[in-house]
Design a protein around this ligand. Structure first.
Ligand code: 6PG
Length: 257
């Protein structure tokens, strides 16, 4: 059963179903942007959840998009070389970009092996150069976010909520548990996106999502709870396990045909 909560929260049975539905939506959105603007700029998250989504895009939808009209960027990156198993770029190459026909100039990698602070400045410049601006900030056509069990999104972790007020485009960050250095776009850039999608699957995300989307809206203090596009749309694509903590009234769950 697929549910569409009133505020654009779409719930599907499992990871395959939610990835299939999101892939279809993204292809439609990308093609709409290409037809009207000639290009679509997409900022991707890493981690493990997007792998299924990326495989569907590279498989079923491999021929459905002129991928060389898409500018691919990253929401964040671990400060490791591209061949490191931790690399978001490496994961994306393996599951998507290495499987489609795309010109290398369309792929804007965060250079994880660079000095983090200098790379944050460099990548900010690359985003400025290739992504159109709105209200003085880069405006990505699509931003794909994940959510951590601690409520982080991108590499904005709890305790770093000031990064939703930071005027910079990218900053360096540090994972609070592992100490891993990261590069991340800031909250203002996230909230300047035209179409911001949060993808989550699995029971491990249910508690945090239940706090953010539940009737009490208790999770608005978490970084992921602060994602609120000012002029764009926010969509949640969840599987039933990730959504299982949402204590919304039954009348919020309207079956989607
Ligand atoms: C990263 C991501 C991060 C991710 C969440 C969820 O670099 O890890 O950008 O924000 O989206 O941590 O990760 P999983 O999909 O692995 O649960």
């Amino acid at each position: 059963m697929v549910h569409n909560l009133k505020d654009n929260v779409f719930v599907y049975r499992g990871p395959e179903e939610v990835s299939g539905a999101l892939a279809k939506f993204l292809v439609e959105t990308i093609n709409e942007s290409i037809s009207t603007e000639g290009i679509c700029t997409v900022a991707l998250s890493g981690g493990s959840t997007p792998k299924t989504l990326f495989r569907v895009l590279a498989g079923k939808y491999r021929g459905s998009v002129d991928w060389s009209s898409v500018g691919f960027f990253w929401v964040d990156e671990r400060c490791v070389p591209p061949d490191d198993p931790e690399s978001n770029y490496g994961m994306t190459m393996e599951n998507l970009l290495g499987r489609i026909v795309i010109h290398p100039s369309c792929i804007h990698r965060i250079i994880g092996e660079n000095d983090p602070d200098r790379e944050a400045v460099r990548y900010s410049g690359e985003i400025r150069k290739f992504v159109h601006s709105r209200d003085g900030l880069p405006c990505f056509d699509i931003i794909l976010l994940g959510v951590g069990e601690d409520g982080h999104t991108a590499s904005i972790f709890p305790g770093s909520e000031e990064l939703f007020l930071d005027k910079r485009i990218c900053v360096s960050a540090t994972h609070p548990v592992t100490g891993q250095r990261r590069i991340t776009i800031t909250g203002k850039v996230i909230n300047n996106g035209s179409c911001v999608v949060i993808l989550a699957a699995g029971r491990g995300k249910s508690a945090i999502i239940g706090e953010v989307l539940g009737a009490k809206r208790a999770g608005t203090g978490y970084p992921v709870g602060r994602v609120s596009p000012e002029k764009g749309i926010l969509l949640w694509y969840l599987d039933s396990e990730a959504a299982s903590g949402i204590d919304r009234a039954a009348d919020d769950l309207s079956p989607v045909v």
